[in-house]
Design a protein around this ligand. Structure first.
Ligand code: MIG
Length: 634
């Protein structure tokens, strides 16, 4: 194994991403062409025509990142179109040739991977204080393993977090939750978790419960737990500014919120109205915020999802004041187009504005640091606040935790979900393509909102999305306020849904073992086909199938009205069609095939001579007979 080289410029801000060993190397030996320009560090490399560039974790577009420009800048953006450059995570890891590059730097990075010039990658760091780690190994998988050793072991959730989970914005009261459980049970569809979105809180205040909607919450949690269901409440980053709200007041009194240059608290508006943003970058603030989760763990809660931590800001007091003043100035005027659109933009631009981010000031080692220098650390430090508290208070693998924003490093404390996708067929593939990419970066417990979050889903879309979700560690159906109901029992063909979700439960022993193995060995669960078949052109270009563990390949159906798909087999495999109660096997030889997959079936390809255990389905993970396995063999 080659030593990982570490190149440092300036005085980097500690991100705690790296826990392993690397050899500090003189910058004179940095192997890339670089320049420092206007306070930015820019380096580049040329790409051979057939070279694949992997990485960047949670990002738009393909597994092969070539041909686009990306930005590491945690963004609350609910339109995951291919024209976007950033999503919620900032995962600064790239592989090209026999080298992995990890940029340990918490500000914005621009990755031009053949966008300006097809054969050239140019990477721009918005600052000159950073560490870059270079990892040289023979294969991409070895590069990933070496990198993952460097950044430390991935988060492992409790076993029950591998069950099927139902979310909605929102189940507004206890009876709504009861009804979800009852209807899943009545339809005999397995279920392990039901989520509480923001409306369970009292006026969107973290660590409160609306007594009207959820009277006697402790008893309610116990009632649901007695049915082997876990309730998973959401926690938002901002803390509501409100007199008499103890959490807010304590944070205020101790000076724990992100400030502005004049030392006053930065005031931004989110769901609760004006909030304070805890300065999670400070260890004492993390410890304080982490302890607040006790309010809910004391009531029997064992899992959380952390949201709005990019951080998402609908408006700031200052921004709103300016926009309103601009509008007042125009009052009574006959607006020309320039002024009209300027006015429109003044309001449209209020959310997640660069001006606001630039106004925010953190404190690191007692010194003020502009938010823009550490933007990508914010949500990750919120995950750390919760994760570190959970581990210390309850031990490992006890509490489910995942977050929307993340950076490499927070993979040790929690998982991630892929945020506000759409009920679009194309988002099945977007999810598939992110899986190996985030695995490279250490995020193993992850998944997309199955069925799609925004807009209305159809039964066939939800089923095909779920059939991919059968394999994602986080298997959660979620949808937005105002969209069509998306729970499995809402659709007429409930038995199709039962079949698909039962397949998940039948596979849990295998999926859990594969997950643990990947976590404990710093390996990937999902790999691009090109990792395993580097000399096979069709495997190298495949963006719609993935290798899973050592045994399998997955290839979901991702188009509407398609009764199957074309699949490429890089070697002989057996094609299994799995449902709740049936398994059909069809040996296929290396090459292209048209495979037929009914809506109630999950396609799975097993390599020749490899076996996968199936246990009988159960309505809960707690009831799974994991020792009663039959094996299916390729
Ligand atoms: O501004 O809590 O990504 O899962 O349902 C939207 C409401 C805030 C965004 C999350 C989504 C959640 C929603 N939240």
């Amino acid at each position: 194994m080659m030593m990982i080289q570490k190149f440092t410029m300036g005085a980097p801000i500690a991100t705690d991403a790296v826990v392993g060993e690397a050899a500090a190397t003189d910058f004179a030996r940095f192997p890339y062409a670089y320049r420092v320009e206007n306070g930015q560090f820019i380096f580049s490399f040329t790409m051979a025509p057939d070279e694949i560039v992997y990485g960047l974790g949670e990002a738009p577009r393909g597994i092969n990142k070539r041909g686009w420009v990306y930005q590491s800048y945690c963004s609350d953006d609910p339109f995951h179109t291919e024209t976007k450059q950033s999503l919620y995570g900032a995962h600064n890891f790239l592989i090209h040739g026999e080298r992995g590059i990890f940029i340990d730097f918490p500000a914005r990075i621009r990755w031009d991977i053949g966008y300006t010039r097809a054969d050239k990658a140019e990477i721009t760091l918005y600052g000159t204080d950073f560490d870059i780690y270079l990892i040289e190994e023979k294969t991409p998988r070895d590069i990933v393993r070496a990198f993952r050793r460097l950044i430390g072991q991935s988060y492992i959730p409790p076993f029950w977090a591998f069950g099927y989970q139902q979310c909605r914005w929102s189940y507004h009261n206890a009876d709504a939750v009861r009804s979800v459980i009852a209807q899943y049970d009545a339809a005999d569809i397995p279920l392990d978790c039901v989520y509480l979105d923001i409306d369970y809180m009292e006026r969107y205040k973290n660590f409160t419960v609306d007594e009207q909607a959820f009277p006697d919450f402790d008893r309610f949690v116990a009632e649901v737990r007695a049915q082997d269901i876990h309730l998973i409440p959401i926690i938002d980053a901002g803390v509501k500014q409100e007199d008499g709200y103890a959490v807010y007041e304590e944070g205020k009194e101790k000076g724990y919120y992100v400030k502005t240059a004049d030392g006053s608290d930065f005031e931004g508006g989110v769901w609760p109205g004006i909030v304070g943003f805890p300065d999670f970058l400070r260890p004492e603030v993390r410890a304080w915020f982490g302890r607040q989760y006790r309010f809910l763990t004391d009531k029997g809660i064992e899992g959380f999802w952390n949201d709005m931590n990019e951080p998402a800001i609908f408006y700031s007091r200052e921004g709103l004041r300016k926009a309103l003043a601009a509008a007042a100035d125009l009052q009574g005027q006959n607006l020309d187009l320039g002024k009209f659109f300027g006015l429109k933009d003044a309001f449209a631009g209020l959310s997640n504005s660069q001006e606001d981010y630039a106004r925010m000031v953190h404190e690191i080692d007692g010194k003020p640091v502009s938010h823009q220098r550490v933007h990508n650390l914010y949500g990750a430090c919120m995950t750390r606040a919760a994760g570190e508290y959970f581990e210390q208070a309850f031990g490992k693998e006890k509490i489910l935790l995942f977050s929307r924003a993340s950076i490499i490093g927070s993979h040790r404390c929690g998982g991630i979900w892929f945020g506000d996708n759409h009920s679009w067929w194309s988002h099945i593939l977007l999810c598939l393509r992110m899986l190996p990419s985030v695995n490279m970066c250490g995020f193993l417990y992850c998944g997309a909102d199955l069925g799609g979050f925004n807009e209305n889903a159809t039964a066939d879309l939800v089923l095909r999305f779920l059939a991919l979700g059968v394999f994602t560690p986080l298997m959660r159906n979620h949808s937005a306020l105002g969209t069509r109901d998306q729970e499995c029992y809402r659709f007429e063909n409930t038995s199709d849904f039962r079949d698909v979700i039962q397949v998940r439960y039948r596979l849990i022993p295998y999926l859990y073992r594969t997950f643990r193995h990947a976590a404990e060995n710093n390996d990937m669960i999902f790999r691009p086909l090109s990792f395993d078949y580097p000399d096979d052109v069709q495997a190298r270009e495949c963006e719609t199938q993935l290798m899973l563990g050592e045994e399998c390949m997955i290839a979901p159906v991702y188009e509407q009205n398609a009764g199957g798909r074309t699949v490429y087999l890089p070697e002989d495999m057996t094609f299994f069609r799995l449902s709740g109660s049936s398994v059909t096997a069809q040996p296929l030889s290396k090459g292209l095939h048209d495979v037929r997959v009914a809506l109630n079936e999950v396609p799975l390809f097993i390599k020749k001579g490899k076996s996968v255990p199936l246990c009988p389905p159960a309505s809960r993970t707690a009831l799974l007979e994991t020792d009663k396995t039959e094996w299916i063999t390729g």
